[in-house]
Design a protein around this ligand. Structure first.
Ligand SMILES: *Cc1c(COP(=O)(O)O)cnc(C)c1O
Length: 592
């Protein structure tokens, strides 16, 4: 850190070498600009960039009506309401308005600047694009309202604004970044913006392979899910209607269609010099999905200072203050007595239970083993695996002298199946609750609740269907706070699980009933006995922080992006450099 960073101009945009594009970014608890893991990861990445002084700017949309607030009635039926915010009364303007030719007309786009400020005062400016501009048609003014809202036409318009509008904005601000990072395929049209800039007044139909190479040298693409619905596709007619003939024809001619559809993932792949998945196994799964491209892997992380409980932060500031700029110092918690770690964790548990009492009136017992399960309610996440055999669960709870399970999560408003899963948990809770077994579902899983849950429960549970969990990050937040995971061996957990040390694995048995049985066996025969042994449990809590906290953080992750993706020492990093992970088979449904 230099004095200039502390006292001089906050930042010189033209010196920023990397532009990070993401459809969602979790910037502040009060801003509804994220839906789940993707937005949290984006926000955590930028918070680490701010802490470590990385030369990054970011681009996203304003999402003026947000992702939604979740309401659950007595039977778990979800309804939604908008979360309206007004950037103009909250944030400074970027100072420029640009125009994007789309839908056969010009759409004006302005931007608001959110500053992510690091521990030493380094600023990462985030530009939130906004089409609610006077002069735009009423429909166009709504295009930056709803994150993941509307139909495919609305979505394609949003992705056009993100990609093409984002590049136009950066250029209008005098920036020509060396690297543009597409955080998921939503941002893939930035490549078309770069190609247009490369060609100047020449139409895209005259673009050569050499022009594409120039764009490729600038682009990095991170793919985030093997779930087919996570890869946006649009009909060719829609593509022509929104993008216009020159761009649409170029996308067709350059081989970016897939199965006759405009496919954002394939556009991103075509135009990027470096592509990666978000955990070692996800890199391999993605490699099988896209055999014609080289897919690397950089395992996700979380921003430690965002997710670590306040009492833990105070403890570490006293014992290992260097953790704030260098998370490798988490290893040093081995110098702290494990009993102290256990005491500090207990404060988080009490805080969570106080919140639950305040919100629901339910009083949980802080001396009882408590499991947490919270995430977006998507079918592959299998929210109800834990409740597969209610009788067995009740028996275990009785034997242990008590068991508490806390659920939370939102289903996408259009996801009928997901909403049904929430009702299923409510039904199971209504039937299953006994004096010894408490099952509750908390409303409106968001940043605040995610924080309190990962800091406060005893065991974090994750039961996705393999291989659909690309990474998962909530278990990393838990680990940082001394909370072990009980999880299916998928995503990050293949790398993070040391059995009986950082948590427990649910092996892949290709069968829900068998996997649930493994889960119950571990709960009864491994987890409960250890929980009853205070000293052993405290040691495990310390292992979680020292081993997994020290690695699964965005400081480490961003460092890997810088040295492997943004500015690699050698232009091509061999895919064979990847460490060994267990062999996996990718289901045909993923490859289709
Ligand atoms: C961390 C987080 C997520 C992502 O969790 P996964 O484990 O990746 O499913 C989603 N939503 C919120 C509110 C979070 O804090």
């Amino acid at each position: 850190m230099t004095d200039a960073q502390l006292s001089g101009p906050a930042f010189d945009l033209t010196a920023r070498q990397i532009a990070y594009f993401s459809m969602e970014i979790a910037l502040a608890k009060a801003l509804p600009t994220y839906s789940g893991g993707l937005g949290m990861l984006a926000g955590d990445t930028l918070r680490s960039a701010a802490d470590t002084g990385a030369p990054i700017v970011a681009v996203s949309l304003a999402h003026r009506r947000g992702y939604f607030q979740q309401h659950l009635d007595a039977v778990g039926q979800q309804t939604e309401s908008d979360v309206v915010w007004s950037p103009e009364t909250t944030l400074p303007s970027a100072g420029v308005t640009i125009s994007v030719a789309m839908q056969g007309r010009e759409v004006l786009v302005r931007a608001w600047r959110f500053d992510v400020v690091g521990t030493s005062g380094h600023v990462i400016p985030v530009f939130l694009l906004d089409t609610d501009v006077e002069g735009n048609e009423p429909w166009d003014r709504t295009l930056t309202d709803h994150l993941y809202g509307g139909d495919t036409y609305y979505r394609l318009c949003q992705e056009t604004i993100l990609g093409l509008g984002g590049i136009a904005l950066l250029h209008a601000l005098g920036m020509t970044p060396e690297v543009c990072h597409m955080n998921e395929g939503h941002a893939a049209l930035l490549s078309i913006g770069l190609l247009e800039a490369q060609l100047g007044n020449t139409p895209l139909r005259d673009a050569t392979e050499a022009d594409i190479k120039v764009v490729q040298q600038q682009c990095i693409f991170t793919t985030h899910t093997p779930v087919p619905a996570g890869h946006d596709q649009f009909g060719v007619d829609q593509m022509y209607a929104v993008l216009g003939h020159d761009r649409a024809a170029a996308i067709e001619r350059l081989g970016c269609l897939h199965n006759g559809l405009m496919n954002m993932t394939y556009i991103a792949l075509r135009f990027s010099r470096y592509v990666n998945g978000v955990a070692m196994q996800h890199g391999k799964v993605s490699q099988q999905m896209f055999p014609e491209y080289t897919v690397h892997a950089i395992t996700n992380g979380v921003h430690a200072a965002t997710w670590l409980s306040q009492p833990f932060q105070q403890l570490l500031d006293k014992e290992v203050p260097a953790w704030r700029h260098d998370n490798q110092y988490f290893r040093s918690v081995y110098g702290i007595p494990s009993a102290t770690i256990a005491e500090i964790h207990h404060l988080g548990k009490q805080r969570l239970f106080a919140t639950i009492k305040e919100r629901t009136g339910v009083e949980l017992d802080p001396s009882v083993l408590t499991l947490g399960f919270a995430r977006r309610v998507a079918t592959y996440k299998r929210v109800s695996l834990l409740l597969e055999d209610p009788a067995r669960l009740a028996k275990i709870a009785k034997k242990l002298g008590g068991l508490q399970i806390i659920f939370a999560g939102k289903a996408h408003p259009a996801d009928k199946a997901g909403k049904g899963l929430i009702r299923d948990v409510f039904a199971a809770a209504a039937k299953g609750n006994t004096a010894k077994l408490r099952i509750i579902y908390l409303e409106n899983y968001d940043w605040e609740l995610g924080e309190q849950l990962t800091q406060g429960v005893d065991v974090w549970v994750n039961t996705p269907l393999r291989p659909y969990e690309a990474s998962g990050t909530s278990g990393m937040k838990a680990a940082l706070n001394g909370v072990p995971s009980l999880s299916v061996l998928d995503g990050w957990w293949i790398e993070g699980c040391a059995e009986n040390i950082t948590g427990w694995a649910i092996e892949d048995l290709d069968n829900e009933v068998h996997e649930a049985a493994v889960l119950y066996n571990k709960l009864e025969n491994s987890i409960a006995p250890m929980y009853a042994n205070k000293a052993a449990w405290a040691q495990m809590q310390r292992h979680c922080i020292a081993i997994n906290g020290a690695f699964f953080n965005t400081h480490r992750m961003l460092g890997q992006y810088v040295s492997n993706a943004y500015f690699p020492a050698s232009a091509s990093v061999a895919v064979t450099d990847q460490p060994q992970t267990p062999e996996i088979e990718t289901p045909q449904s993923v490859l289709a």
